[in-house]
Design a protein around this ligand. Structure first.
Ligand code: C2E
Ligand code: MG
Ligand code: MG
Ligand code: MG
Length: 283
Protein backbone atom coordinates (compact mmCIF):
# COMPACT_ATOMS: atom_id res chain seq x y z
CA UNK A 1 0.00 0.00 0.00
CA UNK A 2 2.86 2.33 0.87
CA UNK A 3 4.38 1.53 -2.48
CA UNK A 4 1.09 2.38 -4.27
CA UNK A 5 0.89 5.68 -2.43
CA UNK A 6 4.38 6.58 -3.55
CA UNK A 7 3.46 5.76 -7.10
CA UNK A 8 0.30 7.87 -6.84
CA UNK A 9 2.23 10.79 -5.50
CA UNK A 10 4.62 10.49 -8.40
CA UNK A 11 1.71 10.45 -10.85
CA UNK A 12 0.24 13.60 -9.29
CA UNK A 13 3.64 15.26 -9.49
CA UNK A 14 4.07 14.20 -13.08
CA UNK A 15 0.59 15.44 -14.02
CA UNK A 16 1.23 18.81 -12.46
CA UNK A 17 4.56 19.19 -14.27
CA UNK A 18 2.86 18.18 -17.46
CA UNK A 19 0.16 20.83 -16.96
CA UNK A 20 2.75 23.48 -16.18
CA UNK A 21 4.71 22.59 -19.28
CA UNK A 22 1.59 22.73 -21.45
CA UNK A 23 0.55 26.07 -20.03
CA UNK A 24 4.03 27.45 -20.61
CA UNK A 25 4.08 26.23 -24.20
CA UNK A 26 0.63 27.67 -24.66
CA UNK A 27 1.66 31.06 -23.28
CA UNK A 28 4.82 30.96 -25.37
CA UNK A 29 2.99 30.37 -28.62
CA UNK A 30 0.33 32.96 -27.78
CA UNK A 31 3.01 35.53 -26.92
CA UNK A 32 4.75 34.75 -30.20
CA UNK A 33 1.49 35.48 -32.02
CA UNK A 34 0.81 38.60 -29.94
CA UNK A 35 3.34 40.73 -31.80
CA UNK A 36 1.99 39.75 -35.22
CA UNK A 37 -1.64 40.02 -34.20
CA UNK A 38 -1.11 43.56 -32.98
CA UNK A 39 -1.86 42.75 -29.33
CA UNK A 40 1.01 44.76 -27.82
CA UNK A 41 0.19 48.19 -26.43
CA UNK A 42 2.39 51.18 -25.71
CA UNK A 43 1.74 52.94 -22.43
CA UNK A 44 3.49 56.15 -21.44
CA UNK A 45 4.25 57.41 -17.94
CA UNK A 46 5.17 61.08 -17.50
CA UNK A 47 8.52 62.16 -16.01
CA UNK A 48 8.29 65.62 -14.47
CA UNK A 49 10.89 68.31 -13.88
CA UNK A 50 11.35 69.63 -10.33
CA UNK A 51 10.53 71.94 -8.73
CA UNK A 52 8.02 73.23 -11.30
CA UNK A 53 6.26 69.89 -11.94
CA UNK A 54 6.16 70.32 -15.73
CA UNK A 55 6.12 67.14 -17.79
CA UNK A 56 9.58 66.84 -19.29
CA UNK A 57 9.65 63.34 -20.75
CA UNK A 58 7.82 60.03 -20.78
CA UNK A 59 8.77 56.39 -20.28
CA UNK A 60 7.45 53.79 -22.73
CA UNK A 61 6.11 50.68 -20.97
CA UNK A 62 4.78 47.63 -22.79
CA UNK A 63 1.41 45.98 -22.14
CA UNK A 64 -0.11 42.89 -23.76
CA UNK A 65 -3.79 42.98 -24.62
CA UNK A 66 -4.29 39.23 -24.33
CA UNK A 67 -7.67 38.30 -25.85
CA UNK A 68 -8.02 35.47 -23.30
CA UNK A 69 -6.88 37.15 -20.09
CA UNK A 70 -7.18 40.89 -20.69
CA UNK A 71 -4.49 43.53 -20.28
CA UNK A 72 -1.24 41.95 -19.03
CA UNK A 73 1.51 43.84 -17.17
CA UNK A 74 5.14 43.23 -18.19
CA UNK A 75 5.86 41.22 -15.04
CA UNK A 76 3.65 38.43 -16.36
CA UNK A 77 5.31 37.99 -19.75
CA UNK A 78 8.72 39.75 -19.89
CA UNK A 79 10.55 36.89 -18.10
CA UNK A 80 9.25 34.36 -20.66
CA UNK A 81 10.00 36.80 -23.49
CA UNK A 82 13.59 37.12 -22.24
CA UNK A 83 14.05 33.34 -21.90
CA UNK A 84 12.83 32.72 -25.42
CA UNK A 85 14.45 35.72 -27.09
CA UNK A 86 11.03 37.13 -28.05
CA UNK A 87 11.99 40.24 -26.07
CA UNK A 88 14.03 41.40 -29.06
CA UNK A 89 10.96 41.70 -31.23
CA UNK A 90 8.87 43.20 -28.40
CA UNK A 91 11.45 45.87 -27.55
CA UNK A 92 11.89 46.75 -31.21
CA UNK A 93 8.15 47.16 -31.62
CA UNK A 94 7.92 49.42 -28.55
CA UNK A 95 10.93 51.46 -29.68
CA UNK A 96 9.37 52.16 -33.06
CA UNK A 97 5.92 52.86 -31.61
CA UNK A 98 7.34 55.19 -28.93
CA UNK A 99 9.43 57.17 -31.45
CA UNK A 100 6.46 57.44 -33.83
CA UNK A 101 4.04 58.52 -31.07
CA UNK A 102 6.27 61.20 -29.56
CA UNK A 103 7.29 62.53 -32.95
CA UNK A 104 3.63 62.89 -34.02
CA UNK A 105 2.78 64.55 -30.69
CA UNK A 106 5.69 66.98 -31.04
CA UNK A 107 4.49 67.92 -34.53
CA UNK A 108 0.82 68.28 -33.64
CA UNK A 109 1.08 70.01 -30.26
CA UNK A 110 4.64 71.02 -29.44
CA UNK A 111 3.45 72.95 -26.35
CA UNK A 112 2.26 69.79 -24.54
CA UNK A 113 4.56 67.15 -26.06
CA UNK A 114 7.23 65.52 -23.86
CA UNK A 115 10.72 66.65 -24.90
CA UNK A 116 12.00 63.08 -24.76
CA UNK A 117 10.89 59.48 -24.51
CA UNK A 118 12.73 56.66 -22.78
CA UNK A 119 12.50 53.06 -23.90
CA UNK A 120 13.52 49.97 -21.92
CA UNK A 121 15.94 47.57 -23.56
CA UNK A 122 16.63 44.11 -22.25
CA UNK A 123 20.37 43.42 -21.77
CA UNK A 124 20.18 40.75 -24.50
CA UNK A 125 20.20 43.52 -27.13
CA UNK A 126 23.84 44.24 -26.35
CA UNK A 127 24.76 40.88 -27.89
CA UNK A 128 23.28 41.90 -31.21
CA UNK A 129 25.65 43.63 -33.60
CA UNK A 130 22.77 45.38 -35.39
CA UNK A 131 21.39 47.18 -32.31
CA UNK A 132 22.74 50.57 -33.37
CA UNK A 133 21.49 50.09 -36.94
CA UNK A 134 18.06 49.27 -35.61
CA UNK A 135 17.93 52.35 -33.37
CA UNK A 136 19.14 54.49 -36.28
CA UNK A 137 16.41 52.96 -38.43
CA UNK A 138 13.72 53.75 -35.83
CA UNK A 139 14.87 57.38 -35.70
CA UNK A 140 15.14 57.75 -39.46
CA UNK A 141 11.81 56.14 -40.25
CA UNK A 142 9.86 58.15 -37.63
CA UNK A 143 11.81 61.41 -37.93
CA UNK A 144 12.33 61.69 -34.16
CA UNK A 145 15.44 63.63 -33.22
CA UNK A 146 18.08 61.38 -31.59
CA UNK A 147 18.31 63.90 -28.72
CA UNK A 148 14.71 63.02 -27.86
CA UNK A 149 15.45 59.33 -27.28
CA UNK A 150 16.74 57.73 -24.08
CA UNK A 151 17.53 54.01 -23.90
CA UNK A 152 17.11 52.45 -20.44
CA UNK A 153 19.28 49.51 -19.42
CA UNK A 154 19.58 47.96 -15.98
CA UNK A 155 22.85 47.58 -14.10
CA UNK A 156 22.90 43.88 -15.01
CA UNK A 157 24.43 44.92 -18.34
CA UNK A 158 27.53 45.84 -16.35
CA UNK A 159 27.96 42.19 -15.37
CA UNK A 160 28.54 41.39 -19.02
CA UNK A 161 31.73 41.92 -20.99
CA UNK A 162 32.47 45.56 -20.14
CA UNK A 163 34.50 46.17 -23.29
CA UNK A 164 31.60 45.02 -25.49
CA UNK A 165 29.02 46.94 -23.43
CA UNK A 166 31.12 50.08 -23.51
CA UNK A 167 31.66 49.89 -27.28
CA UNK A 168 27.96 49.30 -28.00
CA UNK A 169 26.86 52.16 -25.75
CA UNK A 170 29.41 54.48 -27.31
CA UNK A 171 28.06 53.61 -30.79
CA UNK A 172 24.56 54.45 -29.61
CA UNK A 173 25.67 57.75 -28.08
CA UNK A 174 27.36 58.67 -31.34
CA UNK A 175 23.89 58.61 -32.88
CA UNK A 176 22.96 61.28 -30.35
CA UNK A 177 20.71 59.14 -28.13
CA UNK A 178 21.10 59.09 -24.33
CA UNK A 179 21.74 56.07 -22.13
CA UNK A 180 20.02 55.64 -18.76
CA UNK A 181 20.83 53.22 -15.96
CA UNK A 182 17.44 51.93 -14.78
CA UNK A 183 16.74 50.73 -11.21
CA UNK A 184 20.03 52.30 -10.12
CA UNK A 185 21.35 50.98 -6.83
CA UNK A 186 19.80 47.52 -6.93
CA UNK A 187 21.71 45.47 -9.44
CA UNK A 188 25.42 45.84 -9.03
CA UNK A 189 27.69 46.31 -6.07
CA UNK A 190 30.52 48.22 -7.71
CA UNK A 191 30.29 51.84 -8.81
CA UNK A 192 33.45 51.40 -10.87
CA UNK A 193 31.49 51.04 -14.08
CA UNK A 194 30.42 54.69 -13.85
CA UNK A 195 34.05 55.54 -14.57
CA UNK A 196 34.32 53.36 -17.67
CA UNK A 197 30.86 53.18 -19.15
CA UNK A 198 29.29 56.09 -20.97
CA UNK A 199 25.90 56.93 -19.40
CA UNK A 200 23.77 60.09 -19.27
CA UNK A 201 20.94 59.37 -16.86
CA UNK A 202 20.58 57.62 -13.47
CA UNK A 203 17.16 56.39 -12.46
CA UNK A 204 17.10 55.84 -8.70
CA UNK A 205 15.19 52.64 -8.00
CA UNK A 206 11.77 52.85 -6.39
CA UNK A 207 13.00 50.84 -3.37
CA UNK A 208 15.05 53.89 -2.28
CA UNK A 209 12.02 56.19 -2.50
CA UNK A 210 9.62 53.91 -0.61
CA UNK A 211 10.13 54.61 3.07
CA UNK A 212 11.98 57.89 2.43
CA UNK A 213 9.63 59.89 4.64
CA UNK A 214 10.71 59.76 8.30
CA UNK A 215 13.92 57.84 7.61
CA UNK A 216 16.95 60.13 7.95
CA UNK A 217 19.44 57.49 6.92
CA UNK A 218 17.51 56.68 3.77
CA UNK A 219 17.31 60.41 2.99
CA UNK A 220 21.08 60.81 3.37
CA UNK A 221 21.58 57.89 1.01
CA UNK A 222 19.26 59.25 -1.69
CA UNK A 223 20.71 62.74 -1.30
CA UNK A 224 24.20 61.28 -1.80
CA UNK A 225 23.10 59.46 -4.97
CA UNK A 226 21.61 62.69 -6.34
CA UNK A 227 24.87 64.56 -5.61
CA UNK A 228 26.95 61.76 -7.12
CA UNK A 229 24.90 61.85 -10.32
CA UNK A 230 25.10 65.61 -10.60
CA UNK A 231 28.84 65.64 -9.90
CA UNK A 232 29.28 63.23 -12.81
CA UNK A 233 27.17 65.50 -15.00
CA UNK A 234 24.26 63.05 -15.20
CA UNK A 235 20.53 63.63 -15.19
CA UNK A 236 19.01 62.02 -12.10
CA UNK A 237 15.43 60.73 -12.05
CA UNK A 238 13.70 59.42 -8.89
CA UNK A 239 11.38 56.48 -9.68
CA UNK A 240 8.26 55.36 -7.85
CA UNK A 241 7.20 58.64 -6.21
CA UNK A 242 3.83 57.85 -4.66
CA UNK A 243 3.42 60.65 -2.08
CA UNK A 244 3.58 64.45 -2.02
CA UNK A 245 5.97 64.31 0.95
CA UNK A 246 8.46 62.18 -0.99
CA UNK A 247 8.37 64.76 -3.76
CA UNK A 248 9.04 67.60 -1.31
CA UNK A 249 12.04 65.76 0.14
CA UNK A 250 13.45 65.04 -3.33
CA UNK A 251 13.00 68.67 -4.35
CA UNK A 252 14.87 69.86 -1.24
CA UNK A 253 17.67 67.39 -2.08
CA UNK A 254 18.00 69.07 -5.46
CA UNK A 255 16.72 66.11 -7.47
CA UNK A 256 15.57 67.55 -10.80
CA UNK A 257 13.33 64.81 -12.22
CA UNK A 258 10.73 62.47 -10.77
CA UNK A 259 8.36 59.75 -11.95
CA UNK A 260 5.67 57.86 -10.08
CA UNK A 261 1.97 57.26 -9.46
CA UNK A 262 1.76 60.56 -7.53
CA UNK A 263 2.71 62.39 -10.72
CA UNK A 264 0.97 60.21 -13.29
CA UNK A 265 0.37 56.55 -14.04
CA UNK A 266 1.34 54.77 -17.24
CA UNK A 267 -1.52 55.07 -19.74
CA UNK A 268 -2.15 54.98 -23.48
CA UNK A 269 -0.62 57.98 -25.27
CA UNK A 270 -4.00 59.45 -26.22
CA UNK A 271 -5.13 59.45 -22.59
CA UNK A 272 -1.92 61.02 -21.34
CA UNK A 273 -2.17 63.58 -24.08
CA UNK A 274 -5.74 64.45 -23.10
CA UNK A 275 -4.64 64.95 -19.47
CA UNK A 276 -1.76 67.17 -20.49
CA UNK A 277 -3.71 69.36 -22.88
CA UNK A 278 -6.89 69.86 -20.85
CA UNK A 279 -5.45 72.38 -18.33
CA UNK A 280 -4.07 74.47 -21.19
CA UNK A 281 -7.56 74.78 -22.64
CA UNK A 282 -9.00 76.13 -19.41
CA UNK A 283 -9.19 79.92 -19.16
P1 C2E B 1 10.94 49.95 -15.02
O1 C2E B 1 11.55 50.19 -16.33
O2 C2E B 1 11.73 50.27 -13.80
O3 C2E B 1 9.56 50.74 -15.05
C1 C2E B 1 8.96 51.30 -13.93
C2 C2E B 1 7.88 50.39 -13.39
O4 C2E B 1 7.40 50.92 -12.16
C3 C2E B 1 6.65 50.30 -14.30
O5 C2E B 1 6.05 49.03 -14.10
C4 C2E B 1 5.75 51.38 -13.72
O6 C2E B 1 4.38 51.17 -14.00
C5 C2E B 1 6.02 51.19 -12.24
N1 C2E B 1 5.77 52.40 -11.48
C6 C2E B 1 5.87 53.69 -11.87
N2 C2E B 1 5.58 54.53 -10.87
C7 C2E B 1 5.30 53.77 -9.80
C8 C2E B 1 4.90 54.07 -8.44
O7 C2E B 1 4.77 55.22 -8.02
N3 C2E B 1 4.69 53.00 -7.62
C9 C2E B 1 4.83 51.71 -8.05
N4 C2E B 1 4.59 50.74 -7.17
N5 C2E B 1 5.20 51.39 -9.31
C10 C2E B 1 5.43 52.42 -10.17
P2 C2E B 1 5.64 48.09 -15.29
O8 C2E B 1 5.06 48.87 -16.42
O9 C2E B 1 4.84 46.97 -14.71
O10 C2E B 1 7.02 47.52 -15.80
C11 C2E B 1 7.82 46.74 -14.96
C12 C2E B 1 9.18 46.50 -15.57
O11 C2E B 1 9.05 45.74 -16.78
C13 C2E B 1 9.89 47.78 -15.99
O12 C2E B 1 10.50 48.40 -14.88
C14 C2E B 1 10.86 47.24 -16.99
O13 C2E B 1 11.98 46.68 -16.33
C15 C2E B 1 10.06 46.13 -17.64
N6 C2E B 1 9.49 46.65 -18.90
C16 C2E B 1 8.36 47.37 -19.12
N7 C2E B 1 8.21 47.64 -20.44
C17 C2E B 1 9.28 47.09 -21.06
C18 C2E B 1 9.71 47.01 -22.45
O14 C2E B 1 9.09 47.54 -23.39
N8 C2E B 1 10.86 46.31 -22.69
C19 C2E B 1 11.58 45.72 -21.69
N9 C2E B 1 12.72 45.06 -22.03
N10 C2E B 1 11.23 45.79 -20.41
C20 C2E B 1 10.08 46.46 -20.09
MG1 MG C 1 12.55 51.69 -17.11
MG1 MG D 1 13.12 51.40 -13.13
MG1 MG E 1 11.97 48.44 -12.27
Amino acid sequence: AAKDQGKNRFLIFETRMHEQLLSRLDQESRLREAVHRGELRLHLQPVVALPDGQVSGAEALVRWQDPERGLQQPGSFIPLAEETGMIIEIDRWILLEACRTIRRWQEESPESAPAWVSVNLSAIHLDLPDLTDHVAYALATTGLSPHCLVLELTETVMMRDLAVTSARLEELRELGVKIAIDDFGTGYSSLGYLRDIPVDVLKIDRSFITGLVGNGRQQELVSAIVQLGHTLGLRVVAEGVEEAEQLTLLTVMGCKYAQGYHLGRPEPADELRAHLTVPALQP
